[in-house]
Design a protein around this ligand. Structure first.
Ligand code: GDP
Length: 442
């Protein structure tokens, strides 16, 4: 994920500053310029980046900082808080309540992932105990109703639409009325998109909104649209009262900076992100953990959540204990690989550990992971269980290579992979989780 690269560059800029002896105007400027370049290249809008730079300089007034103050820490904190500010419009989105009918309307360009996201949103709430329903008011795209119907059926969510009616307003009103009568508490209206922003789309959106009086309008945006994000989001906001944003396709190669721009343009929070085509590849979006992860500072609360999905229940406590001691054994790596092969979201789990970026997950996939696991199968229990494996000597490396039918270079590669991860996990040492999910260290 390219966002990981952005995080890496920002972290690098901060680290560079750690290496200089005196933090003066020049060192600060160099650091901020590097961050500016990284943000611009990740498609964050120029205006936002400039504003952030000015704000950080205001917070970090080097001359005013009394001697003894840790300037680096103040700068780091200012950067973290400014990035959070960019993603936080200062207000939360309307939250539907159970047993009280809410209408949520989805808008966005064609192909943004609107229809898919409607179902994901419905499915997410269904799992939380809501009674959602889907209305297909997209009469523009042939096949839209079939797609929604298929998704809804799979998730066992009631739906409404028509093959013959061409008036989206009529369908939307009929659908909303029907589901209100059926006591659904979350009525989701999927509207038409267009390939590009055009007057007819906005007019249709306005009419559907006027007729259904949604409690919330969600703007769905493809994370790969780049610098166009700000203008696109603003155009939607000017036509309907957008109250929240969902960014899709965060699993792809998108630079992701558009998310920051969309928040600024709509003055609405990002509430979820889409991380794949499947129904459950959908994550609640929280600013602070997101930025912390971006900067490789980890996200302990997310880590615990993910552990629950990946590590067997009876082993979770032990895992957390080991992780918080900074212990990471070869066997833990083996287990993680196993869970990945069983479709567990390994990269999502690892990305929540401070210092671990998505790039650290062996790329090249399943074949590589299987290869690593075969080599680990040739290790002794002692080698697998130690969290400080003594250096594998030449003869052990050769034995492991022979035993697994691989070559020495591959065993060395595996050991390097392990070392990188173990080092990142060692950053967890002493980290404690506060009640609010924030990290603290002792
Ligand atoms: P709409 O025209 O806005 O309704 O878009 P669709 O819901 O039809 O989605 C367009 C394409 O994007 C489909 O192939 C979806 O499977 C895909 N898609 C939607 N969300 C995501 C996502 O979060 N990740 C990935 N990889 N694909 C997605």
């Amino acid at each position: 994920m390219v966002l990981a690269e952005l995080g890496g560059r920002i972290t690098h800029a901060i680290h560079q500053m750690r290496n200089v002896t005196i933090i003066d105007e020049k060192a600060l400027n160099e650091c901020l310029n590097e961050i500016t370049r990284a943000l611009l290249q990740s498609d964050v809008s120029f205006t936002l980046v400039k504003e952030m730079q000015t704000n950080i300089k205001k917070i970090v007034n080097l001359e005013d900082l009394a001697a003894g103050h840790n300037k680096r820490r103040i700068i780091e904190q200012a950067i973290l808080s400014e990035l959070c500010k960019m993603l936080d419009p200062g207000k939360s989105a309307f939250a539907p309540k159970k047993a009280k009918p809410s209408v949520v309307m989805f808008v966005g360009l064609q192909g943004a992932g609107k229809t898919t996201t409607c179902t994901k949103y419905a499915y997410y709430h269904q799992k939380k105990g809501y009674k959602p329903a889907l209305v297909c008011a997209d009469t523009f795209r042939a096949g839209a109703f079939d797609q929604l119907k298929q998704n809804a059926t799979k998730a066992k969510i009631p739906f409404y639409g028509s093959y013959t009616e061409s008036d989206p307003v009529k369908i939307a009103v009929e659908g909303v009325d029907r589901f209100k009568k059926e006591k659904c508490d979350l009525i989701i209206v999927d509207t038409s998109g267009r390939h590009k922003q055009e007057a007819s789309l906005f007019e249709e959106m306005r009419q559907v909104a006027e007729a259904t009086k949604p409690d919330l309008v969600i703007f769905v945006m493809d994370s790969s649209i780049g610098q166009a994000a700000f203008d696109q989001a603003q155009a939607f906001k000017q036509s309907v009262a957008v109250g929240a944003v969902i960014i899709t396709k965060m699993d792809g190669h998108a630079k992701g900076g558009g998310a920051l721009s969309a928040v600024a343009a709509t003055k609405s929070p990002v509430i979820f992100i889409g991380t794949g085509e499947h129904m459950d590849q959908f994550e609640v979006f929280d600013v602070k953990p997101f930025v912390s992860r971006l900067l490789g500072m980890g996200d302990l609360s997310g880590l615990v959540d993910k552990l629950q999905g990946v590590v067997p229940k009876d082993q979770q406590a032990e895992y957390l204990e080991k992780i918080s001691k900074g212990n990471f054994s070869m066997r833990m790596m083996y287990d993680q690989y196993q869970s990945l092969l069983n479709a567990g979201p390994l990269s999502e789990l690892f990305s929540r550990v401070p210092g671990v970026s998505a790039q650290m997950i062996p790329s090249g996939s399943e074949a590589k992971i299987k290869k690593y696991m075969t080599m680990m199968d040739s290790m002794t229990n002692e080698e697998l269980d130690s969290s400080t494996p003594k250096a594998f000597n030449e003869s052990r490396i050769m034995r492991i290579a022979r035993g697994s039918g691989r070559i020495v270079r591959e065993v060395m590669e595996l050991l390097e992979e392990y070392k990188k991860l173990a080092k990142a996990f060692s950053n967890m040492k002493g980290l404690k989780m506060a009640k609010n999910g924030d990290m603290s260290s002792n």
